[in-house]
Design a protein around this ligand. Structure first.
Ligand code: MET
Ligand SMILES: [Zn+2]
Length: 764
C-alpha cells in the first residue's frame, strides 16, 4: 500500500483565527493563555481534517504563531544579545525578535526578515556567532506530537534541518570577520540529538527533517557537513525522512542517497525530470522515496494522470512500500480550503484545489496507485479527468488582440527616449530640493478605511459615499505631508485593499476569492488573485485618484502602480502559458496606465517591483533567462513616457546584492530600496557596483512599530554617502506605511524630514 503525506499545513486557521488572537495579544486585549487556546484549536482542526481525508503522514511541529524559523531560534536558544535581560516573558521575547519592541523603557529593533526561498513567505533570519549557547529551551515538535497524540492522532513531526538552518543564518555584528554560521554545526548537533531522541522516546516513528538548502547552488558546498552530521542524528533519531522542496537536487542526490536516512523527499512539481535520477540513486539502498507530485505552491487542480505516471514509475522500480505520494512542499503557500469560497462560479471552483483539497488529492492518488477498488476513489479519479479536460477546453479561449500586441512588441519599446543624464535635466521641472524626501506610497490603513471598504462591499454605503470618504482620506494625507515638510508627495493608497488585488480587480483575466488568505509574514496575510485567462486593461485604473491628489497641492504628486513582475509573482499564475507571457500582458496594460498618468499631468510615476527578487530561480543557471524577461517587462511598462516624467521603482524584503546590476538595467529615474534592517549590507553593494541614477535606500524599518530618532537617520545617510553621489540621494523609509499607525508614522517621518534638512546643511 502506497502511503500519502502532506509536508506542512497553513497555520493561520480557516478564518484567520491566529492573526486575530495574536494581534489582540499585541494590543493588550487578550492574554497568553487565550493565544495558546486558539492555537490548540487551529492545530486540532488541521490534524483532524487531514486525518479525515485519509492522509497517512500528517505533519506536526509546523505550526507557528509568527514564523517557524524564529520558533527554531527561540527553541534552540539562538536569541541575540539585544533581547536578553529585558525582563520579558518568553512569548514577549519571541515577539520582540519578530517585530521589535518599544514600550516601558525597552527599545529593541526586530530581526531581519527575508523571503523564504522563492516564495512570498518571510522568515526571521537567525543571527549567530561563536558566543551562542545552543540548548533546547523547548521541544516544539515533541510538544505538538504529544498534543496530537492526546487527540488520538498520530503525526510525523517536522524539524528544520541543521544545515539549512545554519545556511540561512547570518553573523551577528559582534562576530569575527571570517565567521561562517555553518561552523557551528558541531555545536548545534547535540541539541538536535536531544530533540530527536526525545521524539523517539515519545514514540514518533518518523521525523520529517527539512533541508531545502539542497535545491540551491549552496547545497553542494555542504556535502561533507551532511556526511558527518546525518549519521550522528540517525543514530538517535526516529526514522528520518530528509525533505527537499522548491526545486531540483541535481547531483546533490548522489551524496544524499549515501546517508543512512530512511526516506528522501523530492519535489516533482517544480522538477519532475529529477525522478529518474533519484530512483537510480536510492535503488540499491533501503531509502523510501517520497514523491512531491501535488504542488504546494499552485492553486490549480493536480492532473492526476501525470502524477500517477510518476508514482507508477517509482513503484515499478522500488515497490509500493518504498514510495510515498506527497505534496511537493508544505501547502503553507496556498489558502486553507475551497469550501470557504461562495462567490466563485461552479466552473471556476472546478479548476482549483487549495490546501485541504490537495490533502485529498495525495490520498486519492496514493489509493489509485495502490490499486484501490474503492468506488469513491474511482469516482474521484473520473471527476479529476473531467475537470482537467474542461479546463483544457477553457484555455483555448485566448484574447487575440492581447496576443497580437505581445507578439509585435519591438525592442525600442523597452527603452526611454534619452539617457539618464538628459532626463535628469528635464526632470528639474519637479523642483525638488537636494536630498528629496518622499515615502513609498501607502499611509496607515486605519480601521476607518477598512470599515468603509467593508461597508461598501456589503452595500451599507453607496459608491458615492465611499468616494467621498476616500477623497477626504487623500486630502488629509496630502495636508499631513505638506505639514511635516515632505517634498515628493503620495496620495496614500487608501482606496487599495492590497497592492496587487487592487489592480487584479481592475484588469480582465483575474478571479478573486473571498477567504483565500495566505501568510506573508507574521500576522500579515495576503489574498493573491488568480490569473485564469489573458490579461488586459479595461480602462484607467488609478488616474482619477492621482489627478485628484495632485489638484490639492502645488508639490509634485507621485502616481503609484504595482509592476508587472510583482503582480505576477503575488498572484497565482496560470500554469498553461509561460510566466513570461503573463508578465508581458501585464506590462502592456501598465504601460497604457503610465502614459495615461503622464497625460493627466502626473510628473512622477512609481512602478513597484518588491517581488522581482523573490521570483529569481533558486539555481543560478536559470537566473539570466528570468532576469531578462522580468527586467524587460518592467521596462516595457515604464518606458513609454517623455524625458521630463520621473519614473520610480521600489524594492524591498530581500537581498539585492546579487541582482543589483539588474536593477540598474531597469533604468528607473529613482529607485527606493529596503536597506535599514540588513545592517546596511547594501552599502557594500553600492561600494562594489556603484549606482548611477537617483537612489533612496530606506532609512528606517517600517515593519516594526519602533520610531527612529533623527540622529539615527543621519547616521544612515552618512553611511550611504560614503558610496553614493550626494546629488542623487533620496531620503525615504524602507517601504510603504500601510501596516503602521498614524502616531508612529508621524513621529518617524518628522525624524526623517529633520535628518534630510541636516543633510542639506552638512553636505553642500
Ligand atoms: C511591499 S512594497 C509596497 C509599495 C506600496 N507602494 C506601498 O507603499 O504600500
Ligand atoms: Zn516595499
Amino acid at each position: 500500500m502506497v502511503a500519502s503525506s502532506v509536508l506542512g499545513f497553513p497555520r493561520i486557521g480557516p478564518n484567520r483565527e491566529i492573526k486575530k488572537v495574536v494581534e489582540a495579544y499585541w494590543a493588550g486585549k487578550t492574554n497568553a493563555e487565550e493565544v495558546t487556546k486558539v492555537a490548540a484549536e487551529v492545530k486540532k482542526l488541521n490534524w483532524t481534517e487531514l486525518q479525515q481525508r485519509g492522509v497517512t503522514y500528517i505533519p506536526s511541529g509546523d505550526f507557528s504563531l509568527y514564523d517557524h524559523v524564529l520558533d527554531h531560534s527561540a527553541a534552540f536558544n539562538a536569541i541575540p544579545k539585544r533581547y536578553h535581560g529585558l525582563g520579558l516573558s518568553p512569548l514577549d521575547t519571541y515577539f520582540a525578535m519578530a517585530r521589535g519592541r518599544q514600550a516601558d523603557g525597552v527599545d529593541v529593533p526586530a530581526g531581519e526578515m527575508k523571503k523564504w526561498f522563492d516564495s512570498n513567505y518571510h522568515f526571521l533570519v537567525p543571527e549567530l556567532d561563536d558566543a551562542v549557547e545552543f540548548k533546547l529551551n523547548f521541544n516544539k515538535p515533541l510538544e505538538e506530537f504529544n498534543e496530537a497524540k492526546a487527540l488520538g492522532i498520530t503525526t510525523r513531526p517536522v524539524v528544520l534541518g541543521p544545515i539549512t538552518y545554519l545556511a540561512l543564518s547570518k553573523a551577528t555584528k559582534e562576530a569575527k570577520a571570517d565567521f561562517e554560521p555553518i561552523s557551528l554545526l558541531p555545536k548545534i548537533l547535540p541539541v538536535y540529538k536531544q530533540l530527536l531522541s526525545e521524539l523517539k522516546a515519545a514514540g514518533a516513528e518518523w521525523v520529517q527533517i527539512d533541508e531545502p538548502i539542497l535545491v540551491t547552488d549552496k547545497g553542494a558546498n555542504f556535502e561533507s557537513q551532511y556526511g558527518s552530521a546525518y549519521p550522528e542524528l540517525v543514530a538517535v533519531a526516529p526514522k528520518l525522512l530528509l525533505t527537499t522542496f522548491y526545486g531540483r537536487l541535481e547531483s546533490n542526490v548522489n551524496f544524499i542517497a549515501k546517508l543512512p536516512i530512511a526516506g528522501l523527499h523530492i519535489d516533482l512539481d517544480r522538477a519532475p525530470e529529477q525522478l529518474e535520477k533519484a530512483i537510480n540513486a536510492v535503488s540499491s539502498t533501503p531509502i523510501v522515496l517520497s514523491l512531491g507530485v501535488v504542488s504546494g505552491r499552485s492553486v490549480w487542480k493536480t492532473d492526476f494522470s501525470a502524477a500517477i505516471k510518476l508514482a507508477e514509475k517509482a513503484i515499478s522500480a522500488l515497490g509500493e512500500d518504498r514510495v510515498i505520494v506527497a505534496t511537493a512542499s508544505t501547502v503553507l503557500h496556498i489558502p486553507v480550503t475551497l469550501a470557504s469560497e461562495k462567490k466563485l462560479t461552479e466552473e471556476q471552483k472546478d479548476w482549483f484545489s487549495f490546501a485541504l483539497e490537495k490533502a485529498s488529492e495525495v490520498a486519492t492518488i496514493a489509493a489509485v496507485v495502490s490499486g484501490s477498488q474503492d468506488a469513491a476513489v474511482a469516482a474521484a479519479l473520473e471527476a479529476n479527468r473531467t475537470s482537467i479536460a474542461k479546463r483544457r477546453d477553457f484555455e483555448k479561449n485566448s484574447d487575440d488582440s492581447v496576443r497580437k500586441r505581445v507578439a509585435s512588441i519591438t525592442p525600442d519599446q523597452y527603452e526611454r527616449k534619452s539617457p539618464f543624464a538628459v532626463r535628469l535635466e528635464a526632470q528639474k521641472v519637479l523642483n525638488l530640493p537636494k536630498f528629496p524626501t518622499t515615502t513609498i506610497g501607502s499611509f496607515p490603513q486605519t480601521k476607518e478605511i477598512r470599515q468603509a471598504r467593508a461597508k461598501l462591499g456589503k452595500g451599507e454605503i453607496s459608491e458615492e459615499e465611499y468616494e467621498e470618504f476616500i477623497k477626504k482620506e487623500i486630502e488629509s494625507a496630502v495636508r499631513f505631508q505638506e505639514k511635516i515638510g515632505l517634498d515628493l508627495l503620495v496620495h496614500g493608497e487608501p482606496e487599495r485593499n492590497d497592492m496587487v488585488q487592487y489592480f487584479g480587480e481592475r484588469l480582465s483575466g483575474f478571479v478573486f476569492t473571498q477567504n483565500a488568505w495566505v501568510q506573508s509574514y507574521g500576522s500579515r496575510y495576503v489574498r493573491p488573485p488568480i490569473i485564469v485567462s489573458d490579461v488586459s486593461r479595461k480602462e484607467p485604473m488609478t488616474v482619477r485618484w492621482s489627478q485628484y491628489a495632485q489638484s490639492l497641492t502645488s508639490k509634485p504628486m507621485k502616481g503609484m502602480l504595482t509592476g508587472p513582475v510583482t503582480i505576477l509573482n503575488w498572484s497565482f499564475p496560470r500554469v498553461d502559458i509561460s510566466r513570461e507571457l503573463q508578465a508581458q500582458q501585464l506590462a502592456l496594460a501598465l504601460r497604457d496606465e503610465v502614459c495615461d498618468l503622464e497625460a493627466a499631468g502626473i510628473k512622477a510615476i512609481q512602478v513597484d517591483e518588491p517581488a522581482l527578487r523573490e521570483g529569481l530561480p533558486l539555481r543560478r543557471a536559470d537566473w539570466d533567462s528570468y532576469l531578462n524577461w522580468a527586467g524587460n517587462t518592467f521596462k516595457l511598462s515604464t518606458a513609454g513616457v517623455g524625458d521630463h516624467t520621473q519614473t520610480h521603482s521600489h524594492f524591498c524584503y530581500s537581498d539585492f546584492d546579487d541582482i543589483f546590476p539588474q536593477i540598474q538595467r531597469l533604468d528607473a529615474d529613482v529607485i527606493s530600496i529596503e536597506a535599514s534592517k540588513s545592517d546596511m549590507k547594501l552599502i557594500n553593494t553600492f561600494k562594489h557596483y556603484g549606482y548611477s541614477n537617483n537612489i533612496g535606500p530606506g532609512v528606517y524599518d517600517v515593519h516594526s512599530p519602533r520610531v527612529p530618532g533623527d540622529v539615527e537617520i543621519q547616521e544612515r545617510i552618512k553611511a550611504m554617502l560614503a558610496y553614493l553621489d550626494q546629488s542623487l540621494l533620496y531620503v525615504n523609509p524602507d517601504c510603504g506605511l500601510k501596516t503602521r499607525g498614524w502616531k508612529e508614522t508621524e513621529a518617524s517621518l518628522v525624524s526623517l524630514v529633520q535628518a534630510a534638512r541636516w543633510a542639506r546643511e552638512n553636505y553642500v
